[in-house]
Design a protein around this ligand. Sequence first.
Ligand code: ADP
Ligand code: ASP
Ligand code: MG
Length: 241
Amino acid sequence: MLIVQKYGGTSLMDADRIRTAAMRAAHGVKAGDQIVVVVSAQGKTTDQLVKNARDILDQPSAREMDAYLAAGEQMSAGLMTMMLHSLGQKAVSLTGWQAGLLTDSTHGNARVIGLSSDRIRKELDAGNIVVVAGFQGINEAGDITTLGRGGSDTTAVALAALLGADLCRIYTDVDGVYDKDPRVFPDAVKFDRISYKDMLELARGGAQVLHDRSVELAMQYRVPVQVLSSFRPGPGTMVID
Ligand code: ADP
Ligand code: ASP
Ligand code: MG
């Protein structure tokens, strides 16, 4: 099977957490799967980068902001790949543009329009785990774009859709999708499964557990998406027809 695993910021906060994620990815390869890992920036890195930029200029150019913000995910991709190497696992990191993720030119909120998948395929076929920096792509002019806050989910689902993966697993800091934010409402109820349509409504209503565009893509390409905890075992929530 071809499986995309996506790890959010809290799941990559420090070396121990990166190791946990890397071990899970390497285990997938041992079980006979091909694995693409999509990473977010560590912890609150992106917030800090936004602040750094605004300390220099109130309204930075959207192009430069994207070039700068994309670095957070690139750092994670490098660290994750080194961790995989430390476990004896073949792996290679790719930026969004090296991975061939083509977007429109709406800097700061770009939409995925295609994937030149040759590079990812070549690396997978060579036995690598391919670690892709989330949240970023390239436009037709060759400039770096970002997909909007929370956009690494969309990278993961887009890659799953356009590579024809069997499953997209979103590893995060809650153990699935709830009817409302479980961190705010202790009485929130978890879904074992939720339809694309209902998930889209939740995401558009602000449930940040999945970026709304990732749900749009999952629905369009019928990608099964599993939302689950990075820290606790359990099946999480299946987002499916
Ligand atoms: P990641 O860094 O893994 O991308 P996010 O912070 O973007 O994680 O999304 C996970 C967070 O989404 C959870 O910590 C939770 O507080 C929040 N959340 C909001 N609404 C929901 C919901 N309906 N179900 C689950 N989590 C939700
Ligand atoms: N790092 C980006 C953000 O904080 C993208 C993501 O985490 O999905 O919005
Ligand atoms: Mg997120």
